[in-house]
Design a protein around this ligand. Structure first.
Ligand SMILES: O=C(O)CCC(=O)C(=O)O
Length: 216
């Protein structure tokens, strides 16, 4: 479903089997050697998610990407798994946009999880200028996703993101404000055996690979 120019909501994009496999991978990553943590952002507030960045780390103090988690434990960001990158590419392509993701932010929302309205604008300037999309995949409990305009005060639409849904925003929608106002507990498919919600957002920080391909 086309939500706005450049923004697409693909309901039930992932079948249940694929969701189950992805949930297992998310769990293993979140509790792996480089585990997820609750970032403290500028000003001292704690986020309301457990976060793990793959490929590149987003620093909640500087709002910049970096190879190691210098705002937390100094560990390197785990690599972005190849199949994750392929999934993101396939979803973006089905919205008619190119994406060669080099990072993923994996968030776990418990029943009280949420995320304030924000823009994703810390990726590379060339990536933002080209409107390379953010691809989001939701697993588990339904989220009340808020999707606004390019100004903080623009009206906001509430969109339920259910397990298996993909959401893509690129091109003219790339810098739209968005957030999660609440999680609706108990709405995950029982087959997943999950309480709460995983969300994966794939982004491309570095666009030189696309440029190289286009000129080659
Ligand atoms: O959880 C979601 O659906 C949105 C996540 C998000 O906005 C982000 O990671 O920047």
């Amino acid at each position: 479903m086309n939500i706005a120019p450049g923004a697409f909501h693909m309901k039930r994009y992932l079948p249940l089997d694929a969701q189950r496999a992805l949930v297992a991978e998310c769990r293993a990553l979140l509790d792996g050697a480089v585990p997820a943590y609750v970032p403290t952002v500028r000003g001292g507030g704690k986020m309301h998610v457990r976060m793990l960045c793959l490929g590149r780390h987003w620093n909640g103090q500087t709002y910049r990407y970096e190879p190691v988690r210098s705002d937390f434990d100094g560990q390197p960001a785990p690599p972005l798994p190849g199949p994750f990158r392929e999934l993101a590419r396939e979803i973006a392509a089905s919205a008619g946009m190119p994406l060669d993701a080099d990072l993923c932010i994996l968030n776990y929302y418990a029943a009280d999880g949420r995320m304030g309205l924000h823009q994703d604008k810390d990726e590379g300037a060339a990536s933002l200028a080209a409107g390379i999309p953010v691809v989001s995949v939701s697993l588990g409990d339904t989220a009340r996703f808020l999707f606004g305009g390019t100004k903080r005060r623009d009206p906001v639409e509430a969109i339920p993101l259910e397990s298996g849904d993909a959401f893509v925003f690129g091109g003219p929608a790339r810098l739209r404000y968005h957030g999660v106002s609440r999680i609706i507990p108990g709405t995950a498919p029982p087959e997943l055996g999950i309480e709460g919600r995983f969300n994966l957002t794939f982004r491309q920080y570095d666009v030189t690979r696309i440029e190289a391909r286009a000129s080659g």
